[in-house]
Design a protein around this ligand. Structure first.
Ligand code: DSN
Length: 416
């Protein structure tokens, strides 16, 4: 075991890695952006490809010794193109925000208008939020979700786009449970001459597995992370039309980055192979079935679901009817062994650091083989804890039951 070699060299870090492995084994992980990468993916991340510099692109590198790195990067590119039906793929972005940064750099000049979904309404920092580079470098405008339906209202997006004439219209979410009308967004972008950029970091795995709409036929550029539902290593991915390929590649390298992390790209190639299997498609369908089962069971216990349900892996829960703040609930749930994050809900009367909701997601529990009956049980535990956040006896009892339950569901990639 590669991990065993750390025990001898650095016992302190070995203990911490082991403790984290136990934490991932012994808890019910419901953070919607996390997953369990397979042993093969983790092995690729820890492989000798970490040792190699490869500035440039396959066949056009600045250092010698690229016989294997070229083959690996070409393989990752072809697998990404095949899986998503894209004309071009760049697999070098270090993660999702750098991928988005490269796309803006390729398509806009600093100061140009851009439009994206507001962060507190389920968007992402890099879609023009004021404290982020995207909100500082560009003239960023944000669209909200509807106050009534909590859904994206394309008419609102259209009006804003006609007003500000953005260079880039982005659509992408981190806390939005519903499917997105990418074709409708493409029509709006076309009306105002904007590039449409779809950031599918959260749902790219579900898209690959055929369980969520694919923006590739409609968007000029699609960006993603590779470690969420896609279940790969941490990393970024950019897909685009062939006519934008050169600009995107140049923006990533040499525009923003130096040497690509070849171990990350190697692991991505492995993950993309895994994501092309029928087994993975079944996994994606189950991720959504599990989210719906969890949502329905929570609703039965009196929780309010933002948008009333889900079409994805995400359930956004408004805790207002329970009279408990999101952070207090998330902390109590963690003590019980259920790990999620507090989250703003649309038009949240509370602060982003102490919001009204929790975001829960089913990628991890589904990777462990859990299905609808387990989701119903998890909903019972969530409700018991949230309704008794100050009762450590209830929390301890739930913790004991969880420790027993997770034994039956080994997590991919873990040694225990
Ligand atoms: N931090 C990620 C998430 O949790 O959704 C987004 O980048």
């Amino acid at each position: 075991m590669a991990i065993e070699s750390i025990r001898t060299v650095d016992p302190e870090i070995f203990q911490l890695i082991s403790a984290e492995e136990r934490r991932q084994r012994d808890s019910i992980r419901l953070i919607a952006s996390e997953n369990y990468a397979s042993k093969a993916v983790l092995a690729a991340v820890g492989s000798v490809l970490s040792n190699k510099y490869a500035e440039g692109y396959p066949g056009r590198r600045y250092y010698n010794g690229q016989v294997n790195t070229d083959a690996i990067e070409r393989c990752a590119i072809e697998r990404a193109k095949d899986l998503f039906g894209a004309q071009h793929a760049n697999v070098q972005a270090y993660s999702g925000s750098p991928a988005n940064m490269a796309v803006y750099a390729a398509l806009c000049e600093p100061g140009d208008p851009i439009v994206g979904l507001s962060l507190p309404h389920g968007g992402h920092l890099s879609h023009g939020w004021k404290v982020n580079f995207s909100g500082k470098l560009y003239d960023a405008h944000q669209y909200p979700v509807s106050r009534e339906t909590e859904l994206i209202d394309l008419e609102v997006v259209r009006e804003l786009c006609h007003e500000v004439k953005p260079k880039v219209l982005s659509v992408g979410t981190t806390a939005y449970p519903r499917a997105i009308d990418f074709e409708g967004f493409a029509a709006v972008a076309k009306e105002v001459g904007a590039y449409l950029v779809a950031d599918v970091a959260h749902v790219s795995g579900l898209i690959a597995g055929g369980a969520y709409p694919n923006p590739v036929p409609f968007a000029d550029v699609v960006t993603s992370t590779t470690h969420k539902t896609l279940r790969g290593p941490r990393g970024g991915l950019i897909l685009c039309r062939q006519d934008l390929a050169k600009a995107i590649d140049r923006a990533v390298f040499p525009g923003l980055q130096g040497g690509p992390h070849m171990n990350q790209i190697t692991a991505l190639a492995v993950a993309l192979k895994e994501a092309s299997t029928p087994e993975y498609a079944r996994y994606c369908a189950q991720v959504i079935a599990n989210a719906r089962a969890l949502a329905a069971a929570l609703e039965m216990r009196g929780f309010r679901l933002v948008t009333g349900g889900t079409d994805s892996h995400i359930v956004l829960v408004d805790l207002t009817p329970k009279g408990v703040a999101g952070r207090i609930a998330a902390d109590a749930l963690e003590r019980a062994g259920i790990v999620c994050n507090s989250n703003t809900i649309p038009y949240d009367p509370r602060t982003p650091f102490d919001p009204s909701g929790i975001r829960i997601g089913t990628p991890c529990v589904t990777s462990r083989g859990m299905k609808e009956p387990e989701m119903e049980q998890i909903a019972v535990w969530i409700a018991d804890v949230v309704e008794n956040v100050e009762d450590e006896t209830v929390i301890k009892d739930v913790r004991t039951e969880i420790l027993q339950m997770v034994k039956a569901f080994p997590a991919p990639g873990l040694d225990f």
